[in-house]
Design a protein around this ligand. Structure first.
Ligand code: GRF
Length: 235
């Protein structure tokens, strides 16, 4: 059965689009049951509608606390057939800090993508902060969400070079291209039940083989882009 997911967006939704595309290509084994946005004008909503995916706008301004907002979101997600332990929540450019209310309803089932190599440059300006700092390498991170912002165990990271003099607007698109690949890959690993969290470490199980028997080769980077663990066929 495809992994039932709810996708949370606040903006353009290019990551949502890449998830939709890889599902439609038959590469990502998931089904988007609902797209939720806290902003009525988020273009991500239109992307969802174009593919017949149910959408919902929940404005955080209508709720007194973050917890109240998250409770409403959890109810809507449950009502659309996404619940733990099988279902998952995917934060694809969702610009809100989530609370225990969401995380308790989906333990170890909430994923986020961040446009920097965490733990460097958390927050809303990951690309610009990295560029301004003058780092030579930045990238993106898909991680499990916990109660601290941009903090939970890392599933996959991809690195790109940063050139002297670039700003976030120049660096950002290079990172975004990789976001589109690693996010679907990470969601697919979750769908295949291949992610095992041990403390801060996320182990990738070889399909169908228990962790202890996995050959070491599965963790060696095998592609020229610096993506770890390596992307699998189709992503
Ligand atoms: C991405 O850079 C993502 O990493 C960050 O917000 C941006 C969302 O882009 N969290 P989009 O809405 O998916 O195009």
């Amino acid at each position: 059965m495809p992994l039932p997911i709810a996708v949370l967006v606040s903006g353009g939704g290019s990551n949502l689009q890449s998830i939709i595309d890889t599902i439609e290509e038959g590469v990502l084994d998931a089904e988007i049951k609902l797209v939720v946005s806290n902003r009525a004008r988020a273009f991500g909503l239109e992307r969802a509608r174009n593919h017949g995916i149910p959408t919902l706008v929940l404005s955080h301004k209508d709720y007194r606390t973050r917890e109240d907002f998250d409770r409403a979101m959890v109810k809507a997600i449950h009502d659309h057939g996404v619940s733990a332990p099988h279902g998952a929540v995917v934060m694809a450019g969702f610009m809100r800090i989530v609370t225990h209310e969401l995380l308790a309803a989906f333990p170890d089932r909430v994923l986020n993508i961040h446009p920097a190599l965490l733990p460097s440059f958390p927050g809303v300006h990951g690309q610009g902060d990295a560029a301004d700092y003058g780092v030579k390498i930045s990238g993106c991170t898909v991680h499990f969400v916990d109660e601290e912002m941009d903090h939970g165990p890392v599933i996959i990271q991809a690195a790109v070079p940063c050139n002297a003099g670039e700003d976030g607007d120049e660096l950002g698109p290079r990172i975004l291209k990789l976001e589109h690949r690693v996010f679907s890959q990470a969601i697919n690993w979750l769908a295949q039940d291949r992610l095992e969290i041990q403390g801060r470490h996320v182990h990738l199980k070889v399909a169908g083989i228990p962790l202890a028997d996995a050959p070491r080769a599965d963790v060696e980077p095998s592609c020229c882009a610096l993506v770890c663990p390596p992307l699998e066929e189709g992503f």
